[in-house]
Structures are given as structure tokens and as C-alpha cells.
Design a protein around this ligand. Structure first.
Ligand code: MN
Length: 254
């Protein structure tokens, strides 16, 4: 399985969860919310070829953690993956819109300066602003919009601008999320859980628990689940080539 956005370090027992994730053979992008979390989270997956740890600064904590941008720059050469980063336009964060913007712009510029990264991007209630900043920083790398919840028009714009999408079980369950998924190019989708935050049936999703996404895409695309898995594995491989990252992911078989 592939899980391209999971917070391994935020489960109640990260060490056990990471060990189980390694044993499972799933390909996981382990995202972080702060630069100071990167080293410890990366250590959780030490020795794994299938778990990659992304360097992040989550928009929800941008105002509290902007002083960690220096650490972000210090660490960026340690990884080909950046996330969770982005913007969050929720009403309760309105006061911090400017700080979020500055932090995300700094992150994108740092990615550009260092040759581009694969980015896992949060865009809740801020899809338009995220797309604008990506447009202004076109050499930041390959943007993957995680749990996209903007409008269909914004989605089409994102597709036109080369964005990828990561999609989780909770997203495909809702009618709105499902209608957006149907508009996404098949060759630019990857599954995610967003565990432990995303839940299905009141249970936090475990790393790699993306089977519902495969079944959903099978229905939407009108092809057997095996064909979906092959497409997703191909997407992961292609992403690695695009980003000139890790040739070993080419062996992905889901
Ligand atoms: Mn997340």
C-alpha cells in the first residue's frame, strides 16, 4: 500500500506504530508539523527504504513556530520531501493569515533555492491563495495538494498548473470529496490516510490503511482494484522520477 501523508509521530505510541508500518511494507510519506520534530520523526523510520520523512511547518502553528524557519533551512538538505506546509483559511486563524503567508512563502523559496522538493500541501479554505503562491514560486518542486477541499474550478486550475493530489478514505466517503476525486487526473493521485487525525467509523486510520481509496477509485474509474493499484504504483514511481528523488520507489508494488 501507499500512504503519502501520515503523521507517524502523532500517534499515541509512535515507536510501535512506526515499527508496525515498517513491517507492513507500505510506502509512507511521514509528514511533520514543525522543523523541531523532524529529527525524532525521521529516527522512527531509521533504516526503512519505504518510509520517507518530510520536513514541515504546518500553517495551523505557523504563528507559534515561525522562529523555526532557520531550522527548516538548516534541515532542508536532509530530505527530498517537504510537508506538511501550506495555508489554512479557517476563521479562527484569520489573525494569522499574514504570518502563514510569510512562512509558506519562505518554505517555497527555500525549496526553490535547494533545487526543488516534493511538497505535501495543506490548503483548507485557502486553495486560491495556495495556488497563487505556487504560481509565484514555480520552481519550488512538485506540489501535492493533500485532502483538497476547494471548489471544482480551483481543482481544475490546480490540475492545469501541474498539481498532484493525495486522497484519503475520509475524503472519498463524503459526496463533495468524491466529486472532486472524480475530476483528478488518474496519473496524479496518491492515497493517504492523514492518520491519526483522519478517522473512519470513529477510529483513527492506521498508517497505510488506504484500501478504501483503492476501492473507491475502482468504482469511479470503472476498473478492477488491481488496475488501480498498478496505476498508483506507477504514479509513485513517476513522482520519484519527476522529483529526481528515490529510484528505489520504482519498485513500488503497493
Ligand atoms: Mn496532515
Amino acid at each position: 500500500m501507499i500512504d503519502f501523508h501520515c503523521h507517524l509521530d502523532l500517534y499515541p505510541d509512535p515507536v510501535a506504530v512506526a515499527a508496525a508500518a515498517m513491517t507492513s511494507g507500505a510506502y509512507i510519506l511521514s509528514v511533520t508539523n514543525t522543523p523541531s520534530a523532524w529529527s525524532g520523526t525521521s529516527a522512527l523510520a531509521a533504516g526503512s527504504r519505504r518510509i520517507r520523512t518530510a520536513l514541515g511547518l504546518h500553517p495551523v502553528v505557523a504563528h507559534e513556530r515561525r522562529r523555526e524557519l532557520g531550522l527548516f533551512d538548516d534541515l532542508i538538505n536532509e530530505t527530498c520531501y517537504v510537508g506538511e506546509v501550506g495555508l489554512d483559511g479557517s476563521p479562527e486563524l484569520k489573525a494569522y493569515a499574514q504570518v502563514q503567508h510569510e512562512v509558506f512563502r519562505h518554505v517555497l523559496r527555500s525549496c526553490s533555492t535547494h533545487g526543488g522538493r516534493v511538497l505535501s500541501i495543506h490548503s483548507r479554505r485557502a486553495a486560491g491563495a495556495v495556488l497563487d503562491l505556487l504560481q509565484a514560486n514555480g520552481d519550488a518542486g512538485v506540489p501535492i495538494l493533500h485532502w483538497f477541499s476547494g471548489s471544482a474550478a480551483e481543482l481544475r486550475l490546480a490540475v492545469d498548473r501541474g498539481c498532484w493530489f493525495s486522497v484519503g478514505p475520509a475524503m472519498v466517503r463524503g459526496r463533495r470529496g468524491a466529486s472532486l476525486v472524480a475530476l483528478m487526473p488518474r496519473n496524479r493521485i496518491l492515497p493517504e490516510t492523514d492518520g491519526p487525525f483522519a478517522e473512519v467509523g470513529g477510529q483513527a486510520l492506521r498508517p497505510g490503511e488506504t484500501g478504501d481509496v483503492v476501492m473507491h477509485l475502482s468504482q469511479v474509474w470503472g476498473v478492477p482494484p488491481l488496475v488501480v493499484q498498478e496505476q498508483l504504483a506507477e504514479n509513485l514511481k513517476h513522482l520519484g522520477k519527476l522529483a529526481d528523488v528515490d529510484a528505489r520507489t520504482a519498485k513500488a508494488t503497493t
